[in-house]
Design a binder for this molecule. Structure first.
Ligand code: HDE
Length: 697
């Protein structure tokens, strides 16, 4: 029954569309209530003095709903604000029982639940997924002895050696304080100013300028614990340990121009990729490995393993793969899980311990502390995603904001003898099974200084650069040219360049040439760099498995296209575990040569080739003529070519490719009766094409 706007008779329940009265009662489990359980009769209209009158303060239903909405956002993480996460499990294949008593690392075959959050570092929560940036790789293991949070990155070293510089580093890299830009980008004055003045960051800069910071997918990044930790066995004997994650799909990256374009085409590229892969049962997987070294082995190395700006080459201390992690379930609710997840490097089960790495030591305070401003209460461990699930958690800490546990009895102190009177006495410490710290001797003077063993800032940077393949060296040099070309203060650029000379003079020369500047003299290093044996393990190009698994192929079609050819590409790609998306000028799809309809997954303008790993362009002659007038179609081919992707095409599509400037090479394949020839180049990137499509430094 429609109500006139002037009708002021009270209504019991009316729907939003047209104010029609409905008086059916809802079952208690199906009805909306206030936060306190009072059933709501009308969720469409606020309580007013008459249909056109002012809203009444009395309307507690409205006030409660708006007020809750007003407070929906919590402060985003000061770093790593932009993140995506998934649930899964960790499974141990080899026991480290000799070195640790942590059950998670000794119980072979046991599956431990995990929640893993990947992130960028510099951008805000709403920033894009593909800036040039380090990626966070934080894993929460819900072990039977409490949560273990391995809060790592996709790069094994860090910018600074001492936690006291972290706020400076982050202030420098985030948007500049006066102007509020750039967002999620390190290519600006303040970041490079900090870098130039902090030569200890040089090694990390090499990694940050490598292709590792423009990953193709979160499923294709490595993970590292970065800091050195310790394991402790039953006898409390310590051994140093470095933690590693290796993606089953290999470490793979985008091209820089591609990453920039993806940011516009799909700001959620990585989040969507992770979510869709898991939703379709294509579960991302990583090997878990450790590098173990005794105090004597650590002492024999020509660098200090407590210095987080140093890498322990695998060639010196091999990585022992002992387990795997599979992510197999998407979060149900982004806020409740991904946003409220609180990772703490201090979460360690008995048998795992920290080292004296001064960066790690600062982290031990920071993460617990930051949750208080982010999640607002000391009880953040009670939020379901943070709760220890593998075991009970109980102590005598009480009350506080948002306490959700209802403790019984009077035992909130210890020692107590309440059990002698038959009351519950509460939990007690466990000297045998409890967490114990390595009994390391630390007697020394109180000082504020950096150990001499931390003074070499260039040998590892040089090791990294010299270990890279030619392609990767060129990308690294070009990334430096790009970043430094955005620096407006000349003295800042000069200082960075003067440091670079200490890494490798040819690199510095290439960058200087790319910037069009004279190469300054080398800065004076605190310790002259030493040459180390190159470590090919630090490369990524040529190391990932060439497969369509995890890859996505976009097929651009027009009306009149050969449906059999489309079907053949689809069958071949999907048969090898890849994904196929049909792109058409209209989202309704196309009418194929045989008269059948083919639905599109994406419309051309919204589905550029940057979001695919390889493309097929299957057009009719008329379709090709039409699309040659469409900029998005030309860009589709041009970008696929420029981003070193395989292009399979129908003979009829050749004029479009010509117009896009696509030149013949092994990655450009005419699709005939068989699509086989397209598959090999589609499994990887055409690196050999690169010199033909862009000038690298
Ligand atoms: Fe963090 N870091 N960090 N960090 N970090 C945070 O904790 C901090 C460092 C890393 O997905 C914050 O809960 C200090 C190294 C990841 O929720 C904060 C120092 C590594 C994440 C914090 C470092 C990391 C964080 C912000 C220098 C690689 C995201 C929100 C001493 C091993 C975790 C939060 C997630 C998050 C402090 C250095 C990795 C402020 C003080 C080195 C992956 O506590």
């Amino acid at each position: 029954m429609a109500r006139s706007p002037r009708d002021t008779t009270p209504t019991r329940a009316s729907s939003g569309n047209g104010g029609e009265l409905h008086q059916t009662a809802s079952a208690p489990e199906a009805r909306i209530t206030t936060n306190h359980g009072v059933p709501v009769s009308d969720n469409q209209n606020s309580l007013k003095a008459g249909g056109r009158g002012p809203t009444l303060l009395e309307d507690f239903v409205l006030r409660e709903k708006i007020q809750h909405f007003d407070h929906e956002r919590i402060p985003e993480r000061i770093v790593h604000a932009r993140g995506s996460a998934a649930h899964g499990f960790f499974e141990l294949a080899e026991s480290l029982g000799e070195f640790t008593r942590a059950k998670v690392l000794t119980e072979v075959g046991v599956k431990t639940e995990v929640f893993t959050r990947f992130s960028t570092v510099a951008g805000g929560a709403g920033s894009v997924d593909t800036p040039r940036d380090v990626r966070g790789f934080a894993v929460k293991f819900y072990t039977r002895e409490g949560n273990w949070d391995l809060v790592g990155n996709n790069i094994p070293v860090f910018f600074i050696q001492d936690a006291i510089k972290f706020p400076d580093l982050i202030h420098a890299v985030k948007m500049e304080a006066d102007r509020g830009y750039p967002q999620a980008a390190s290519a600006h004055d303040t970041f490079w100013d900090f870098v130039g003045l902090m030569p200890e960051s040089t090694h990390m800069i090499m990694w940050a300028m490598s292709d590792r910071t423009i990953p193709r997918s979160l499923r294709m990044i490595e993970g590292f614990g970065v800091n050195t930790f310790r394991l402790l066995n039953d006898k409390d004997e310590p051994i140093f340990v470095k933690f590693h994650w290796r993606p089953k799909l290999g470490t793979q990256s985008t091209c820089w121009d591609e990453a920039v374009k993806i940011a516009g085409a799909d700001p959620d590229y990585h989040r969507r990729d992770l979510h869709e892969a898991i939703a379709k049962g294509d579960f991302p997987e990583w090997q878990f490995g450790v590098q173990l070294l005794s105090q004597a082995e650590a002492d024999a190395l020509p660098f200090d393993i407590l210095d987080a700006t140093k890498v322990i080459p695998e060639e010196l201390v091999p990585i022992r793969v002992i387990g795997r992690m599979v992510l197999n379930r998407n979060p149900d609710n982004f806020f409740a899980e991904t946003e409220q997840a609180a990772f703490l490097p201090t979460n360690m089960p008995p048998g795992i311990d920290v080292s004296e790495d001064p960066l790690l030591q600062g982290r031990l305070f920071s993460y617990q502390d930051t949750q208080l401003s982010r999640l607002g209460t000391v009880n953040f461990h009670q939020i379901p995603i943070n709760r220890a699930k593998g075991c009970p958690f109980q102590n005598l800490q009480r009350d506080g904001h948002m306490q959700t546990q209802v403790f019984k009895g009077r035992a909130n102190y210890e020692p107590n003898s309440l059990s002698e009177a038959g009351e519950v006495g509460g939990p007690r410490e466990d000297p045998v099974g409890g967490f114990r710290t390595a009994a390391i001797s630390v007697a020394d003077h109180k000082v504020r200084l950096r150990a001499d063993s931390f003074a070499d800032h260039y040998s590892h940077a040089r090791l990294f650069f010299r270990s890279q393949s030619e392609i990767e060296q060129a990308h690294l040099a070009s990334a430096l040219v790009f970043e430094l070309s955005k620096v407006t203060l000349e003295h800042v650029r000069n200082r960075v360049m003067a440091n670079l000379v200490n890494v490798d003079e040819t690199l510095a020369q290439r960058v200087a040439a790319g910037l069009g500047m004279a190469l300054p003299k080398a800065s004076k290093p605190a310790v002259a760099p030493a040459d180390m044996e190159p470590s090919p393990a630090l490369r990524i190009v040529g190391k990932y498995p060439e497969t369509l698994k995890g890859r996505s192929v976009g097929i651009l079609v027009s009306d009149g296209a050969d449906g059999a050819m489309v079907a053949a590409v689809r069958a071949a790609v999907e048969g090898e575990g890849g994904t196929v998306k049909i792109v058409a000028p209209k989202i309704g799809g196309v009418t194929l040569k045989d008269g059948n309809m083919l639905k599109a997954d994406g419309q051309l303008a919204g589905s550029p080739s940057v979001i695919f790993d390889a493309v097929a362009i299957i057009l009719s002659e008329a379709g090709c003529q039409m699309l040659m007038k469409e900029g998005a179609a030309i860009d589709f081919a041009k970008d696929a070519f420029g981003h070193l992707k395989a292009i399979g095409h129908s003979a009829e599509a050749k004029p479009l490719l010509d117009k896009a400037g696509v030149q013949a090479d092994d990655g450009i394949v005419v699709l005939g009766k068989s699509v086989e020839a397209f598959l090999a180049p589609a499994r990887t990137r055409q690196w050999v094409r690169e010199p033909n499509v862009r000038m690298l430094a």
